[in-house]
Design a protein around this ligand. Structure first.
Ligand code: GAR
Length: 205
């Protein structure tokens, strides 16, 4: 097998999905990729602490520092290139990437979204808002989706999905926890291994 694909994880918050990836790598469930870099757009994201504890390099690019999309994405691309990144994973990353940026990494950006796309997705649907919307609608089943990222928010090709039941008396927080535990934390590491294995294979052809 060749060198594992260098993976960057982009985060904004608690980083439980990042943790699932770090744990999967540790446990040998991700072998075709290696998490080399964590980028946060918030300096106070707990995800940064998780990265440091795992000995992964971190970079912070805040909106205050980079208010404009162009300057932000230019800097991001530069950092990714410096680290030889082959796959970008959005794990609770709350800044939308432009089509300009996503076109530079075709089929090399993965996102995890906490619903069964095409339900409850797109601009404005993030974090607890997604689960609130699912509860408001009254669906009995929701779940999570791992998909490639293109210029349409949550619109790229779907790689993996897993359904999770909605229970009576669910709150957005309770539903979020169930979707994370039963779907997101399993699907995302699986998706990362799948894509890295594919990239490694292609690099040898
Ligand atoms: C996760 O539920 C993730 O699916 C969601 O934010 C949460 C981040 O949690 N992402 C989106 O809503 C993107 N549209 P984490 O920081 O603990 O991984």
């Amino acid at each position: 097998m060749g060198e594992p694909v260098a993976v960057a994880v982009l985060v904004s918050g608690g980083g439980t999905n990042l943790q699932a990836l770090l744990d999967a790598e540790q446990a040998g469930r991700i072998v075709s990729g290696r998490i080399r870099l964590v980028v946060s757009n918030r300096a106070d994201a707990y995800a940064l602490e998780r990265a440091r504890l795992a000995g992964v390099e971190t970079v912070v690019l805040t909106r205050e520092e980079y208010p404009g999309t162009e300057a932000f994405e230019e800097k991001l691309a530069e950092v990714l290139q410096q680290h030889g990144i082959g796959l970008i994973v959005l794990a609770g990353f709350m800044r939308i990437l432009s089509g300009n940026f996503t076109a530079r990494y075709p089929k090399r950006i993965l996102n995890v979204h906490p619903s069964l796309i095409p339900a409850f997705c797109g601009k404005g649907f993030y974090g607890l808002r997604v689960h609130q919307a699912a509860l408001d609608y009254g669906v009995k089943v929701t779940g999570a989706t791992v998909h490639f990222v293109n210029e349409v928010p949550d619109g790229g090709e779907i790689l993996l999905q897993k359904a999770v039941p909605v229970c009576r008396n669910d709150t957005p927080e309770r539903l979020q926890k169930r979707v994370m535990e039963r779907a997101e934390w399993k699907l995302l590491p699986r998706g990362v291994e799948l894509v890295c294995a594919r990239l490694l294979k292609e690099s040898k052809e």
